[in-house]
Write a protein that binds this ligand. Structure first.
Ligand SMILES: [Zn+2]
Ligand SMILES: [Zn+2]
Length: 268
């Protein structure tokens, strides 16, 4: 099968020091045939401060152009980006995404809404002292998800279970209390021909996706990408065998790769 890793980071993200070359070599070792670089472009920092609303493509383009043709016939390397909290300025996001080299955009929500203070969900989740704090994070998150699906600047929703990575597991929270709202967001995704990703979070989350994938599939969702969100080479394609098993079990027959923001379906 044509295996792809459509979510990873390099030194063009502030939280990774990996070179694209190293990530590519790790992908080849893992049997991956196509990767898409999805470095961060966040509109907010962890403290809730606004970051530039114009993305500087210079370093990403330079790195990608240097390495993209180094493994012909062995590894296809495509250019993408992961936009964090693009809902803050959808017009500015669309303007920066208007470059011909771009194949793929992940739309993620790493921060709380402006109304809730805009701080990083990672930071806020680590300050939770009771279950209600976790519930409040998820309430706010679902509000933003509803906004995000109404914008244009994304092709798949990034790690839709994101807050659950960081909210203390002891609260036993999942997305089921928000199921109707999640279904509504997925209907909007499907109606636009867009998709979601299964993000293994470096191998830490696979089984947590089961109900979410099943919901999306039941609603008619077919566009699905797979990514490990590796910030280091050792996590490229992490937990992909388990993820593929889950994807098949929940009724999917294809994984998508992208060309100029349009999905191509690859049989799994
Ligand atoms: Zn992310
Ligand atoms: Zn990421």
């Amino acid at each position: 099968m044509y295996l792809s890793d459509y979510h990873f980071h390099t030194r063009c993200s502030t939280d990774s020091r990996a070179a694209l070359e190293e990530q590519a070599q790790a992908a080849i070792r893992a049997g991956v045939k196509e990767i898409c670089v999805t470095d961060h472009w966040n509109l907010l920092d962890q403290q809730g401060n606004r970051l530039p609303t114009v993305y500087d493509w210079g370093p990403s383009l330079e790195q990608w152009r240097r390495d993209r043709d180094r493994w012909p016939g062995q590894l296809e390397i495509r250019l993408g980006v992961e936009v964090g909290n693009g809902v803050l300025d959808p017009a500015a996001v669309d303007a920066s995404l208007d470059i011909p080299e771009l194949d793929f955009v992940i739309g993620s929500l790493h921060s709380q809404s402006a109304a809730a203070g805009g701080r990083g969900i990672f930071t806020v989740a680590h300050e939770c002292v009771r279950k209600e704090d976790g519930v409040a994070i998820l309430d706010d998150y679902m509000d933003m998800l509803e906004e995000l699906v109404r914008t244009r600047g994304w092709d798949v929703l990034g790690h839709v279970i994101y807050p659950l990575r960081y909210i203390p597991a002891e609260y036993g929270l999942d997305l089921h209390p928000w199921w109707d709202r999640l279904a509504e967001a997925f209907r909007a995704v499907i109606a636009q021909g867009k998709g979601i990703e299964l993000n293994t979070s470096c191998g830490a989350t696979v089984e947590q996706w089961r109900d979410v994938l099943a919901l999306y599939r039941d609603l008619g969702g077919e566009v699905l990408t797979l990514g490990a969100d590796a910030h280091q080479p050792k996590f490229m394609a992490a937990a992909f065998p388990q993820a593929l098993e889950l994807i098949r079990e929940t009724g999917f027959r294809y994984l998508c790769v992208y060309r100029r923001r349009e999905p191509l379906f690859c049989k799994i």
